[in-house]
Design a protein around this ligand. Sequence first.
Ligand code: C2O
Ligand code: CU
Length: 474
Amino acid sequence: MLTRRLFLSAAAGLAATGLLRRDAQAAPFRLKPMPARLPLIGAPHPETALWTYNGSLPGPLLRLTQGNRLRVEVVNGLEQETTVHWHGVRLPNAMDGVPDLTQEPIKPGGRFTYEFACEDAGTFWYHPHWGSAEQIGRGLYGVLIVDEKMPPVVDRDIVWALSDLRLNEQAQITEDFRHPMDVSHAGRIGNTALLNGRLAERFALRAGERIRLRLLNMANARIFHLRFEQHRPWLVALDGHPVPPRQLAADEAVVLGPGMRADLILDATGEPGGTYRVLDSDLRGSTYRLVDLAYGPMRARQAANQAPPSALAPNPVPEPDLAGAERLKLALGGGAMGGLAELRVDGRPMGLREAFQQHRVAWALNGVGRPDRPGDHRHGHAPLFSLSRGKSYIFEVENDTAWPHPMHLHGHAFRVLSLDGSPLADRPFRDTVLINPRGKAELAFVADNPGDWMLHCHILEHQAGGMMATVRVA
Ligand code: C2O
Ligand code: CU
């Protein structure tokens, strides 16, 4: 399945983080979605035609300190409309970047300025919310880091933006977006996994150093299961929100569905000159090497053992009142082998086959499949849930499908109380949660942010295939 090896030989020597840059905080920033050609694979393959922010893949790293305002002027250099959504950031609804729901889409050549305060520290990202499957799938994504006022002491703070592309033999993106097979099955999984927009061969480390590693999954559909050979990183944050530091078990995988992030503290406990693999496995369990941790000859420091990292300061997310929370059921249905007989599209009951043929809808939330049409929000869709501002809710999610779904809620962070019936000790705050096939989850949150918010699967072909809804908070 993964033909990454096809391209590996030519890719050696590309700097893994070369395209990211750090920008002065609070300065107005310009983002231009635009076509670009980049030498992703390298000679003898031609450059790959992409859609990018400012000509780089991923887009520029936006970075500021917690509590400050981010101001970004977007100038649309594409030949179609777009918006920018700030994934995971709890911000005012008008800045959320959902076309027709929170703003008019930005026309080709048009502009829009996003401005909001970043109240939460953490690892976030930005991407379009217009035709997401294609626009993100062609390379429109970038990282947003909100630094803690007192960041933890590390030797280096590193971003690994993970994604993949579906490339043909000429190293060009295949045009088969929203292919029926992808829509109704596992989504558009690529054949070329990228680290910071490149085929990465090596990540240089020095024995004894401690790095903060920010992992982000920006792929359309690929679920990463990363294992760090002979290393035991500490997990310190999920989706930007701190968790009590926990050292991963030997060989334990960091699982990241599309949209999800994890911050690790990685102590370089390997030997000088050593090489250790970072492995990724797919759904079927087939494994490939994402990158090598390549140790230089020198030690960064003598002391091999560092004290466990201390916890990051919590973000100011309101604490849900679990005892008083109202419980709401959210059923995920549809897809291949799902057994969903009937669903409603535009208020009309129909069979799954008819929904797919007429509306390209293959999925439903609580029996409602929402077609992905430009201007659709304007036509008015009843919100799936209408929540009272300030009240606590528990979503009881049940995945009645044969596929995993990373479910994402805008404008809020929720505590994951349980997965598949097992309570989670730390009840982490997240904005995206991966729900196993036939699995379930309980998500608790305070509906404190007024507006109409998207709730959808972050496998983008699933989202395009009906797996989205709005949640009204008023
Ligand atoms: Cu990453 Cu609805 O978004
Ligand atoms: Cu899905």
